[in-house]
Ligand binder design. Sequence first.
Ligand code: BDR
Ligand code: CA
Length: 314
Amino acid sequence: MNRRFILDCDPGHDDAVALLTAARFLDVIGITTVFGNSNVTNTTRNALALCEAAGLDIAVHPGSDRPIAVDAAVHSAQSIHGQSGLDGAALPPPTRKPHDQDAVNFIIESALQETDLTIIAVAPLTNLARAITRAPQIVNRISEISIMGGSTTFGNVTAAAEFNIFADPEAAAVVFASKIPKRMVGLNVTTTFGIASEHIARLRTSGQLLAQEIAGALDYYLGRQSAHYQRQFAPMHDVCAVIPYSHPSLIEYQDLHVAVECQGTLTRGQTVCDQRGMRRDDSAAPGASSTAVAMTAQGDAIVEVVMDSLLYYP
Ligand code: BDR
Ligand code: CA
């Protein structure tokens, strides 16, 4: 098996955890960045800073700075992730530069060259949608896309829509309608567990530099989660898209048709997951395609994977 991975992300506190966990367990051939939790300049800088602090030699390819629809607003997550996208982190500024090849071209080139490429997408799906639109032949070349986004139930930006989908619904619609095998882990699973203050204390007292730097970031993020959603823990949304490859037994998926709502006044950005139990393709909504959707997770075990990953780096 020569399974290789691209991480498409917008670091982002939980993206940082996903990046460090993916690099700990998987063969990550590149990181692509996109606007989302902050602007793409910040998310690219944060990815570079994380790689450098962790001693990871992975190129960072900068990507899209806005949604694909010309008149769509850029929606930021500053209220959760702060001005920098990674507030609270004590990471030194990176000395490395982003790669000259942009995210979309890197995804296309990798898809055409690699024999077993999986893309872990934990941010607005803009880079992927652009890659599919520019080079449609890549849909037959990508083994799987693992998306953190959407929900079978409630949203977080709106009552119906989750951030990564809401930030660029038209892009998400392109990806979900594509024939690439897909799995999706959404808020119905990712909000059921997370990092609490005792975990942050363990990182702080570990004596390990990166763990201490990340502890500051997670403390900030936990504070924002408490303020916004009255949570006593900080969900590790994005790492859940990594887990099916590092620890496959920890999340259970069910095949459902999923479509993205791009029109609704109250529901724009909703992932409409068809749970009627009908399996015939002709019963699916327009634009829907079969997706493995996460339904349950072993939260405590995933938190321990996260702790193990964060404490892995010196
Ligand atoms: C998703 O939105 C972002 O703020 C997080 O990084 C995660 O990818 C959760 O809705
Ligand atoms: Ca993210």
